[in-house]
Design a protein around this ligand. Structure first.
Ligand code: TTP
Ligand code: MG
Ligand code: MG
Length: 427
């Protein structure tokens, strides 16, 4: 098998004059980098962000109330080795990553790997502000931009000046510099014939890197990667692939399409085959619609459904109110209500229920989520509880205006258009 006949497969179906060039841009160590803007004295040091609430540096700020933040001495900052609790790291600076510390790792574990790392609490409002700012910079230069979450976007470079020069490097450099000038933050960009390859490419030269992947690079750059690097192959799918001896993307590409379709289902098998061969013709979508909105919380201590009934009930109600408020603020109603639980042994279970009518009403969400909760094992203690509302449509686009004011229930007509499936991360 060679990649010699790949260019034909990757030819853009549309304008043959200009090859399709899609960029994926991802901010470097995003939360941590935003924190370093206010604490520049921590540059070059291992720093991790975690701990849920802004309380770790409150003492610090009180003690140094008269001192500008940038002048607080490094020795005054809290370090991981003094941390006691159950928090999880959201991200780590690159110097901290050298110790093996990274996203989603428990802080106690991270403390063993890098006790001297400085620990700062999360400040979502600040990250959201910077998220909006860097995206505005991109839109000014290259308006066809798809928002993929707090720190990443896809950009269609095809028709933008500089988007075809040096395979897209010229435009990528301009965007990187403009973001840095506007925010002081660095990012990494991958440019490729499609989203799938661009997403992988943006990781190749992190941090502050640019990487261009062409059709000819498939064999050399993509096939040696683990299947898990394909955006869309999650841990479960990866396990299934491994069980059949498929570890690398190249091994996946080597399998017969028909065999993959028989083994993994028609659609998924075909998609796996296309992905391994670098084929993806999804467009860059400027208006992204959320699929669902959710809120979740990790308890300070594990709670039991019976022994901690009151506390758990209050948390549950609050989560439902928060999701309802998110929906109403953003102008959405949803039909599928779900709960997520993490037990004390870290197992996760989810249950959902689809309503007859759309809703953004806290009481309806609470009642339905309560029904879902009845379907899970409540004998075990819980670490985490979450509430999700899915199958969203925009309240403003509801086809039956008479039912609009009553956010609680609106019947979905039979001919309602399918939802665009996009994700939006909500914190
Ligand atoms: P990422 O882009 O995955 O990571 P990053 O920007 O911190 O680092 P990189 O340079 O490798 O891109 O995620 C963006 C932000 O999302 C990250 O700064 C923190 C948050 N996040 C979490 O809260 N939990 C997680 O498990 C991950 C992966 C990210
Ligand atoms: Mg990032
Ligand atoms: Mg990211």
């Amino acid at each position: 098998m060679t990649a010699a006949h790949l260019p034909a497969l990757l030819d853009p179906a549309t304008d043959p004059a200009l090859p399709r060039r899609i960029a994926h841009l991802d901010m470097d160590a995003f939360y941590a980098s935003v924190e370093l803007l206010r604490y520049p004295q921590l540059r070059g040091l291992p720093v991790v962000i975690g701990g849920g609430r802004r309380r770790l540096d409150e003492a610090l700020r009180e003690e140094y109330a008269e001192t500008p933040l940038a002048e607080i001495p490094v020795r005054a900052f809290p370090v991981l080795k003094d941390y006691v609790g159950r928090g999880v790291i959201t991200t780590a600076t690159y110097p901290a990553r050298q110790f093996g510390v990274g996203s989603a790792m428990g802080m106690m574990k991270a403390a063993r790997l890098c006790p001297q790392a400085i620990l700062l609490p999360v400040d979502f409002d600040q990250y959201r502000q910077f998220s909006r700012r860097f995206k505005a910079v991109i839109r000014d230069i290259s308006p066809l931009m798809e928002d993929r979450g707090v720190d990443e976007v896809y950009i269609d470079f095809t028709d933008v000046p500089g988007g075809q020069r040096e395979g897209g490097r010229v435009l990528a450099r301009l965007i990187q510099k403009s973001i840095f000038d506007a925010t002081g933050l660095t990012c990494s960009v991958g440019v490729a014939p499609n989203k799938l390859l661009a997403k992988m490419a943006s990781e190749f030269n992190k941090p502050n890197g640019i990487s261009v992947v062409g059709a000819d690079d498939l064999q050399a750059l993509i096939w040696p990667l683990a299947c898990r690097k394909i955006n869309g192959v999650g841990p479960k799918a990866d396990e299934k692939l491994k069980a059949r001896g498929i570890h690398l993307i190249g091994e996946l590409a080597a399998r017969e399409r028909d065999w993959l379709m028989q083994t993994f289902g028609k659609r998924h098998g075909a998609w796996l085959h296309d992905a391994a061969w670098g084929r993806d013709d999804r467009p860059v979508v400027t208006e992204s619609e959320p699929v669902s909105m959710s809120r979740e919380t990790t308890f300070d201590r594990d709670l039991h459904a019976v022994q901690d009934k009151a506390e758990l009930g209050a948390v549950f109600t609050r989560l439902c109110e928060q999701v309802a408020a998110d929906l109403q603020r953003k102008g959405y109603v949803g039909k599928t209500i779900g709960v997520k639980l993490r037990y004390d042994d870290f197992r996760i279970v989810t249950r959902d229920q689809t309503l007859e009518a759309w809703t953004a009403d806290a009481a309806t969400i609470r009642q339905t989520a309560g029904q879902c909760l009845k379907r899970v094992d409540l004998d075990r203690r819980m670490r985490l509880l979450g509430v999700r509302v899915g199958s969203l449509v925009k309240t403003a686009e509801m086809p039956d205006p008479a039912s609009k004011p009553a956010l609680a229930s609106v019947k979905r007509p039979v001919d309602a258009p399918d939802l665009k499936v996009q994700s939006l991360s909500l914190f």
